[in-house]
Design a protein around this ligand. Structure first.
Ligand SMILES: [Zn+2]
Length: 56
């Protein structure tokens, strides 16, 4: 279990600006990272659906 934690810390250092916390709902979710790459928004999966329905 300790080994898994070390891996997570390495990932956090690589993306220090990205903590996987959604800008919209402040929930931590791994989909936040994917959405930032895919659509440029730091939001989670459920918030992305809202953005898609109501684009800026
Ligand atoms: Zn969200």
């Amino acid at each position: 279990m300790i080994k898994k934690n070390k891996k997570s810390i390495l990932i956090d250092k690589n993306i220090k600006d990205l903590d996987n916390i959604c800008d919209e709902c402040k929930e931590k979710h791994e989909s936040v990272f994917h959405n930032l790459i895919l659509i440029g928004f730091k939001i989670c999966k459920s918030c992305r659906i809202s953005k898609t329905i109501f684009p800026i």
